[in-house]
Design a protein around this ligand. Structure first.
Ligand SMILES: NC(=O)c1ccc[n+]([C@@H]2O[C@H](COP(=O)([O-])OP(=O)(O)OC[C@H]3O[C@@H](n4cnc5c(N)ncnc54)[C@H](OP(=O)(O)O)[C@@H]3O)[C@@H](O)[C@H]2O)c1
Length: 287
């Protein structure tokens, strides 16, 4: 480590007794960790050699001179070498290429700071799925909708509700004051400058209804390396994503809320209902 190499006595195979022990010097590019936690993988007990712990979370104590991206005191996660293991020890030697910093939001009890998401027009055909998917991803979800849909969206898991017909709701500030990491924007008539004050430092608006102003902002923000950004989204369906959604529906984790059903010979009613723009969930045409 940093100027002095750490020694360890190891054996590299079964049998052979003391004669097979040898001293290894840990090479450059390694990091000494004070271990905080590890996990048990079937691989470990299947290989049962005693030091096979490979998942590691810990604090860097010392780094080799070849290690630039880490320093003493950094909290990290690492995959320890299959040969060396060492996760059940108080200290372990990790390879720099498989050791990365662990942000403070990531806790070892499995919790992480939830992503804050705003979903506009969350009561619609798109928005009501977005709310459920965001909750499945453990996000903190704020929604905009009309007052009549507030309870419906809470029942889907929305944490905070803004009535878009009120001044406060139209301003988009969440009642708790939380800023958004992402906005899933499912309606029109809201400019980037309305979202901007309530975005986190790297907050992104995903615009499902992009017009020329979104496109201009998108290009400008790319060229100026803005951290807060708006980006147009055009959904490109993929069969594996559809299969994933179907699986969620099958498991009861994702619901389709039906606004209304219309027979095929009355498809124009469904059409008009959609144009009206006040559906709660999906408008269905039955064959
Ligand atoms: N980019 C893509 O790939 C993509 C894919 C699918 C859809 N889209 C677009 O996404 C948008 C949403 O689609 P959708 O099917 O969800 O529409 P929708 O079902 O027609 O949305 C209707 C819902 O939006 C609410 N709403 C209307 N204006 C609102 C506002 N200013 N603030 C908050 N809520 C508002 C309505 O609530 P009230 O009745 O209370 O007014 C209603 O519940 C559409 O413009 C659609 O074209 C884009």
């Amino acid at each position: 480590m940093a100027g002095r190499l750490m020694r360890a006595v190891v054996y590299e195979g079964y049998g052979g007794g003391a004669a097979k022990l040898k001293v290894l010097f840990f090479p450059k590019d390694e990091v000494l960790l004070k271990m905080e936690a590890t996990s048990v993988n079937p691989f470990d007990w299947k290989m049962q050699t005693g030091r096979m712990r490979i998942d590691a979370a810990g604090e860097v104590i010392e780094v080799d001179e070849g290690v630039q991206n880490l320093k003493a005191g950094d909290k990290v996660v690492s995959v320890l070498s299959y040969g060396g293991g060492g996760g059940f020890s108080e200290y372990a030697v990790a390879w720099k290429a498989l050791t990365v910093k662990r942000p403070p939001e990531i806790k070892l009890d499995g919790t992480a700071k939830p992503t804050n998401i705003l979903i506009t027009a969350a009561s619609g055909g798109v928005g009501h799925y977005a709310v459920q998917l965001a909750k499945l991803g453990n996000a903190h979800v704020t929604v905009t909708c009309g007052a009549r849909n507030a309870d419906f969206l809470k029942s889907l898991g929305a944490d905070e509700v803004l009535d878009y017909n009120t001044t406060e709701g139209a301003a988009l500030m969440s009642p708790s004051g939380k800023k958004y990491d992402y906005v899933i924007h499912c309606t029109t008539g809201v400019s980037f400058s309305t979202f901007e004050p309530y975005l986190n430092r790297n907050g992104k608006v995903i615009d499902l209804t992009p017009g020329p102003r979104t496109m201009l902002n998108f290009v400008f923000q790319k060229l100026t390396f803005s951290k807060k950004q708006i980006a147009p989204l055009l959904v490109m369906p993929k069969s594996e994503k559809l299969e994933y959604m179907i699986e969620l529906v099958k498991e009861g984790k994702l619901k389709t809320i039906i606004d209304s059903k219309h027979p095929l010979n009355k498809a124009e009613d469904a059409w008009a209902k959609s144009i009206d723009g006040h559906a709660t969930g999906k408008i269905i045409v039955e064959h």
